[in-house]
Design a protein around this ligand. Structure first.
Ligand code: GLN
Length: 537
């Protein structure tokens, strides 16, 4: 079958949930029997978000192949539940780097390199790689930002050209907009949507569908109005009121008949019997009234919850499965250093120490880890969290508070965490960490192995530092078990404490592989331990 492309652009303003909408559409099409993949086109100039601060861009989501990508890729994978690859996140930086490299190589000898056609051709090439490399029947392509942004113009032009290249029948354009609410008159307004569609038209793209987002119920006559003014069929104007539950969005879209509209418009034949049982089950377990489990997330970027998006979702997934409501207290590790907010840590049934970079707030995290160890509070450490769990334990065992990671103290007498040997000569910061999927063997009978119920796993990584093997024996003798190691036994992947109900840290990022329908075994184990701590049976 011909590959189909659904292009998703944003109008009026950003942060209206375009990424979730794309992800949810992916789930709808998957349930209708199609193999889907989703790509994000990011108009910024960075080659990838890996070099940006979490404050700028939220979490960096890592794929199996080691690509450092936009956090929307996390939504995509969680909703469609299939692995994406590095072609699924394209930035202006990547496109220009490639075109300029080709120019230097002489590939365009004699020619003048221009945005059209050279840049747009490169963008189109990358769009077409999505079905080619994933085997998807339908590729959903989301453009970051909002129509009208200067940077997104070449991407929109490429989208426009795609219709001519691969045929009207194989392309579908969706514009996601926002209806502002005027409190004085208690009404939603469609004017910004009309303007945004006009702006899109001026670039040469006429939307086939408008998804109108709003925080208030959208009256039927507004749908009529948008259809009339924006020249879209009424059935293709989709009123999408903000859903309190993220994972309900695919069900809402399905109820509005979007699956059938898309299938018809793209001339496809669906499975006929979409089976929503699994997804309905997820949503009903979210809606169930459940006892509360409190998790203190002790991070250094907590002001911006998006910095820990996958961690938050993974905690929730484990909660659905364990029939508890996970309530996250966001604790700033620097506050703990100043003796503030300890009540949040003390009230918690579990403590989670997520990943991070740089010295700020490190000692606060270590104090929280010490509290978890001494009070036997279930604790899960992710990447930096695992490294600091080792530092805290080493400080106790060696009786020396100077034990540290060389990331924070290059002169520590006990560098229990140190730069990986193959990182020593690396100077470039972009894309040079140990990234992506690596294998790990689990120690039989350990907590980790009991959680996974298997002995060989593969997990996603993003780090430069590692556990220093010279300290394995001494820490092991004192009760730290290295329950996950690389198959050559060189690299510690999981550390756990023997004399503790659940104190476990991973060098990898399990949160990237948690799905609402398949909670991650370690998050599940952690929440089960926290549930026990909370006295819930
Ligand atoms: N800064 C640490 C390292 O580079 C941890 C990284 C992380 O938490 N992702 O190894």
């Amino acid at each position: 079958m011909d590959k189909r492309y659904i292009f998703i652009t944003g109008g009026v303003l950003s942060s209206v949930g375009k990424g979730v909408t794309a992800a949810a559409l992916g789930r709808v099409l998957k349930v209708h029997g199609f193999n889907v993949a989703i790509q994000k086109l990011d108009p910024y100039i960075n080659v990838d978000p890996g070099t940006m601060s979490p404050y700028q861009h939220g979490e960096v989501f890592v794929l199996d192949d080691g690509a450092e990508t936009d956090l929307d890729l996390g939504h995509y994978e969680r909703f469609i539940d299939s692995g994406l690859n590095r072609v699924c996140n394209v930035t202006t930086g990547q496109v220009y780097a490639e075109v300029i490299a080709k120019e230097r190589h002489g590939d365009y000898l004699g020619g003048t390199i221009q945005v059209i056609p050279h840049i747009t051709d490169e963008i189109k090439k990358r769009i077409k790689l999505v079905p080619e490399t994933t085997g998807a029947d339908i590729a959903l392509i989301e453009v970051g930002g909002t129509v009208g942004d200067i940077e997104s113009l070449p991407f929109l032009e490429a989208l426009r050209q795609m219709r001519g290249d691969i045929g009207r029948e194989n392309t579908f354009y969706i514009h996601v907009t926002w209806l502002p609410y005027i409190a004085a008159t208690k009404e939603l307004k469609t004017k910004p949507t009309q303007h945004s569609v006009r702006e899109l038209r001026s670039i040469g793209i006429s939307p086939d569908m408008i998804i109108a987002r709003a925080d208030h119920p959208i009256a039927e006559e507004l749908r009529d109005k948008i259809a009339l003014f924006c020249d879209v069929e009424k059935e293709a104007v989709v009123p999408m009121v903000t859903a309190p539950i993220l994972y309900e969005v695919p069900l809402l879209l399905e109820r509005l008949g979007i699956g059938d509209v898309l299938i018809e418009k793209l001339g496809l034949k669906g499975s006929g019997q979409p089976n929503w049982d699994e997804w309905n089950h997820i949503v009903s377990s979210i809606k169930m009234n459940k006892p509360l489990v409190k998790i203190a997330l002790v991070g250094k970027y907590v002001e911006l919850h998006d910095a820990y998006l996958s961690v938050r979702e993974a905690l929730k997934h484990a909660g659905f499965a364990d029939e508890v409501e996970v309530e996250i207290s966001w604790v700033h590790s620097s506050d703990l250093e100043e003796n503030k907010n300890w009540d949040l840590v003390e009230a918690a049934d579990g403590i989670l120490i997520p990943g991070g970079f740089g010295p700020r707030g490190i000692e606060g995290k270590i104090q929280a880890i010490r509290y978890a160890r001494e009070h036997k509070i279930p604790m899960l450490g992710l990447c930096l969290g695992m490294q600091l769990m080792v530092v805290e334990f080493a400080r106790k065992v060696l009786g020396d508070e100077r034990a540290n990671s060389t990331e924070f103290d290059p002169d520590t007498p006990h560098p229990v965490i140190d730069l990986m040997p193959d990182q020593v000569t690396i100077v470039d910061k972009g894309g040079t960490m140990r990234l992506g999927l690596y294998p790990c063997e689990l120690m039989p009978g350990s907590i980790a192995q009991q959680c996974y119920q298997k002995e060989f796993i593969q997990e996603r990584h993003r780090h430069r530092y590692e556990f220093k093997n010279a300290y394995r024996q001494v820490l092991q003798d004192a009760g730290m078990q290295f329950s996950g190691v690389s198959p050559d036994n060189r690299l510690v992947e999981i550390a756990e404490l023997v004399d503790h109900p659940f104190m476990l840290g991973t060098q990898f990022h399990p949160e990237f592989l948690s799905r609402p329908n398949r909670p991650h075994p370690l998050f599940k184990g952690f929440i089960t331990a926290a549930k026990k701590k909370a006295g819930i049976t």
